[in-house]
Ligand binder design. Structure first.
Ligand code: NAP
Length: 489
């Protein structure tokens, strides 16, 4: 059966979240002929994680020319790994250019949605009632800050905030700054700040492997060439894509030669660039590189070897008004304390209540841990789809690339309804259980399962990520296997 734009106009779609994936969904919906859609965005600006995270040094560790919508290349990226504000500006620009802004209701959260009589009924934080045929959660992966529960935290007399809530009102020059954590965020903060502050204390519970990268800026001539010669831009995109594919495929096989090469590069980085043996041993992890989210940095080792920088490996006992009291009794006096302690990685969509068919509540479905068929669809929750949902390739691909494939897949499912083949569609229980069984088994062979603690692991210790190749992901996303879905008329 053929479909027409007229059919599409009869379907109303609600998207939750105006970050990278929400903007993308709006663009692709309109392209497919859907005109009746609204994005509900809880804040007053687009950009998701790039709006929220503004800490010094923020950048994307996926090469910029890969972290770009395929349909909107950007010849003007300033360097291989673009800084956060540039990425945020890119999303704002794209949202303007594709006229997405007019479809966004800002400062309006969606706390409750329920599938009633074949349609989604929503209530927003302003009291608005909305009804839609499809609900698409583009709510991001890491957006609920995890503030480590350290005794005495609220007694600290100086400024104290989570890395995703950076207080730009504080002049850091000459101040004593403490950063708790050694994830990608803390490492970027350290790289950006040690040269600018009085003293920098990095409170490290677990050392990190650092993959060296070349983050040379693109010259004006490079950017002009990218602007004027599409072939040059396509070539740089292809290059970063191919380089990244090696990494993507390495991490899914802990025993691969490619993984060994990554580990060797990290080890050489540590051995060759940290001459002080005491500091070197402090910074040497006791697990395999890539087990935790690998950190890509051109300058962390240089930054942390400045005389005013200290890696504190003694455990934190408590926080006091004057600073951090260590387990050995030492007090590290501080003016500013930054909690770079990560995010609650399993809080997809929450705190939104999602109620599917027959009162099935997503919170109950996910009581153990979040599971979805191909990260996209959940049994008994029809006409509801997720972008960058649980157990997707968060650790190994560009999230933009993933989302583009997922939107293409979701649109094909929506077309079934638009074409009148059914009225409701959701993954079947059997397909979801089978997928999760196969996924978990394969994930245990990945580098993430080689014995470390990380946010990639679900509460059963299984890596919550796509454990197969990029080629397999693209293939799986190309056409839905319709037998994996329950179609209701
Ligand atoms: P994270 O990787 O979860 O790191 C949190 C850090 O806080 C860890 O070092 C952890 O120590 C430490 N920590 C937590 N609770 C603690 C406690 N009670 N006492 C002491 N230390 C504690 O968080 P993140 O650095 O914000 O990064 C999260 C993810 O965001 C990254 O993995 C990445 O996917 C994404 N990110 C990406 C970029 C990018 O460039 N694309 C940049 C920043 C972030 P343990 O290791 O011992 O648990």
């Amino acid at each position: 059966m053929t479909t027409t734009n007229n059919d599409a106009r009869n379907c109303r779609v609600v998207i939750i979240g105006a970050g990278m994936a929400g903007i993308l969904t709006a663009i692709k919906l309109r392209e497919a002929g859907y005109e009746d859609f609204t994005i509900y965005e809880k804040t007053d600006r687009v950009g998701g994680t790039w709006r929220e995270n503004t800490y010094p040094g923020i950048a994307c560790d996926v090469p910029a020319h890969l972290y770009t919508y395929s349909f909107e290349p950007n010849p003007d990226w300033s360097s291989t790994y673009a800084p956060g504000p540039e990425i945020h500006a890119y999303f704002e620009r794209v949202a303007e250019k594709y006229d997405v802004i007019r479809s966004i209701r800002f400062n309006e959260e969606v706390p409750h949605c329920e599938f009633v009589d074949g349609r989604w009924r929503l209530r927003t934080s302003t009291g608005r009632e909305d009804v839609a045929d499809f609900l698409i959660a583009a709510t991001g992966v890491l957006h609920h800050p995890h503030v480590a529960d350290i005794p005495g935290l609220d007694t600290f007399a100086g400024a104290c905030f989570h890395s995703a809530r950076w207080d730009h009102g504080i002049d850091l020059a000459d101040k004593r700054i403490g950063v708790v954590g050694t994830g990608s965020t803390a490492i970027q903060i350290a790289s950006a700040l040690t040269a600018k502050v009085g003293r920098f204390d990095l409170f490290q519970r677990t050392a990190q492997w650092i993959m060296p990268i070349d983050n040379s800026p693109y010259s004006d001539a490079d950017r002009a060439a990218f602007r004027n010669d599409p072939a040059k831009l396509a070539a740089v995109q292809q290059q970063v894509n191919d380089d990244f594919e090696i990494f993507s495929n390495a991490v899914i096989n802990a025993d691969s030669a490619e993984m060994k090469a990554v580990e060797d590069a990290c080890l050489a980085n540590l051995e060759n660039n940290v001459p002080d043996p005491v500091l070197r041993e402090k910074l040497r992890p006791n697990y395999r590189a890539g087990c935790k989210r690998l950190i890509f940095s051109a300058d962390f080792y240089d930054a942390i070897q400045r005389p005013n920088a200290h890696v504190i490996t003694t455990a934190i006992d408590r926080i006091e008004p004057a600073g951090v009291r260590l387990a050995d009794g030492e007090l590290r006096e501080l003016d500013v304390l930054v909690m770079a302690t990560g995010f609650r990685a399993d809080s997809f969509i929450r705190p939104t209540t999602v109620i599917g068919r027959n009162g099935v509540n997503l919170d109950d479905v996910w009581a153990d841990h979040p599971v979805a068929y191909l990260s996209i669809s959940i049994p008994e929750i029809p006409n509801f789809f997720m972008l960058n949902g649980p157990n997707g390739p968060v650790g190994n691909f560009s999230l933009i690339q993933i989302a583009e494939y997922q939107v293409g897949y979701i649109l094909q499912l929506m077309d079934k309804i638009r074409a009148g083949e059914c009225r409701a569609i959701s993954a079947s229980r059997e397909a979801t259980e089978d997928f999760e069984r196969r996924r978990s088994a394969a994930a245990k062979k990945s580098i993430w399962a080689t014995g470390c603690k990380s946010w990639y692991l679900d509460k059963n210790g299984v890596p919550a990520s796509w454990p197969w190749s990029r080629a397999q992901f693209f293939e799986e996303m190309s056409t839905p296997k319709i037998e994996a879905f329950d179609l209701a008329s």
